[in-house]
Design a protein around this ligand. Structure first.
Ligand code: FAD
Length: 376
């Protein structure tokens, strides 16, 4: 029970020992050490956004059955397992039987989880890809369970689409949870704070100007996240600002990627570095059924005009293991997340929607770090 609830209970006439109040008082979080000289790395990644939502579709291409499986926007890690389950259902609908070899092209979050899910269903898998971790966009992800992030536009979010999405998010969530409690910590639960300069009942300017309108999908999976708690001044270390606490599933991306890779190889998976330059290259693969998990690469490979690249930049600061909470600066487009490999500060800038520019902009990250530092 939170301190404020206990106080309310006390006011209602229930006798509470002072020690109970002491025990329930929220522990003030350790301040993040935020200064630009602590930046050890800056990475840029591309979210493979598709206005219609992820493409999960069978296509016959030059004599091969290709299962397209790309376009997961800012939700690829979050939705991965649920999406992989649906891709495998398409593989099975195409007639491939367990024991017959499956090709998966792409070794990002989507390709790796698809390969693992297929292996577990009895398919030997050969994984092809231009690159693998850490040289894939999935390695640049922040690592929050955000299945609703840049996944579809409002214009395409029909009730049927939303119901399919919700089922996918729930299926994925269940598998992610089976990775809790492992020594390398691929999946964990973390508390976090959303902090704002104005009250939560007041609108803030959209920091992502130029983006399409997205539907509010979060309420559909609200039961999978503990309800956020509004904190009064004095219950958080952010001065007079407005703050809410939340609790969220977090992925330690490097550990998760490595575990998936090792599990894949241990179970007999094969890896073949290989770039497909045109759709004709699908026909040159020996396997008859191919799952195409090329993410933003599908934009070029298939000439898919429905895909929009969305750039995202993340600075990594020297790890600070004593920090155990995430921080979202409302209205500023800045997220800080403690991971084992560093304290991440992710930013978005005007013009990122539609941009595939992979050049890091150090000034942008330094500015974000300074703005966060002001919060403490
Ligand atoms: C900054 C940032 C923060 C993010 N934060 C989160 C988050 O907190 N939570 C979340 O759920 N998601 C997040 N995402 C989104 C998530 O990272 C993506 O949805 C996910 O990475 C998509 O995975 P993918 O496997 O489809 O693509 P990729 O990781 O891009 O993998 C594509 C694979 O295909 C290969 N490939 C491409 N083209 C070819 C070709 N022609 N021939 C052969 N191989 C090819 C590549 O080499 C690679 O192996 C974030 C993304 C970014 C950029």
């Amino acid at each position: 029970m939170q301190r404020r609830h206990l106080l309310a209970a006390g006011a209602a006439g229930l006798a509470l020992p002072a020690s109970a109040l002491e025990f329930a008082a929220p522990r003030p979080p350790v301040a993040m050490r935020l200064s630009p000289d602590r930046i050890i790395d800056i990475t840029v990644g591309i979210r493979p956004f598709r206005a219609q939502g992820p493409r999960l579709q069978i296509q016959r291409l030059h004599g091969k059955t290709v299962v397209h499986h790309y376009g997961h926007g800012g939700s690829g890690w979050s939705l991965s397992w649920g999406s992989a389950q649906r891709a495998l259902a398409l593989v099975q609908a195409a007639g491939l039987k367990p024991g017959q070899r499956l090709a998966v092209v792409g070794a990002g979050a989507i390709g790796l989880t698809t390969a693992r899910w297929a292996q577990q269903a009895g398919y030997p898998v050969r994984l092809y890809g231009k690159d693998r971790a850490p040289r894939v966009h999935s390695s640049a992800a922040t690592g929050l369970w955000t299945p609703e992030s840049r996944i579809v536009t409002s214009a395409h979010a029909s009730p049927e689409w939303m119901s399919d999405w919700e089922a996918m998010a729930r299926d994925a969530f269940q598998v992610h949870q089976s990775y809790l409690g492992l020594s390398s910590g691929p999946v964990q639960w973390h508390d976090g704070y959303v902090v704002g300069d104005v009250g939560f009942d007041q609108p803030v300017p959209n920091p992502y100007a130029g983006e399409p309108d997205y539907p509010d999908l979060a309420p559909h999976v609200a039961d999978l996240r503990p309800q956020g708690l509004a904190l009064a001044a004095g219950e958080h270390p952010f001065g007079l600002r407005h703050a809410r606490r939340f609790t969220q599933l977090v992925f330690n991306i490097p550990a998760y990627q490595r575990l998936l890779w090792e599990d894949f190889m241990r179970d007999g998976g094969r890896w073949q570095p290989h770039e497909l330059r045109s759709t004709r290259d699908f026909a040159r693969l020996p396997e008859t059924v191919v799952v195409n998990c090329t993410g933003d690469g599908a934009r070029m490979l298939l000439g898919d005009a429905s895909m929009t690249p969305v750039r995202g930049q993340t600075a990594r600061l020297i790890p600070q293991p004593e920090v155990d909470y995430a921080l979202i600066y409302r209205g500023q487009g800045i997220v800080a997340l403690p991971r084992r490999d560093g304290l991440l500060v992710a930013t978005m800038a005007p013009g990122d929607f539609g941009s595939s520019d992979l050049r890091p902009d150090r000034t942008q990250s330094e500015d974000a770090v300074r703005r966060l530092a002001h919060l403490f």
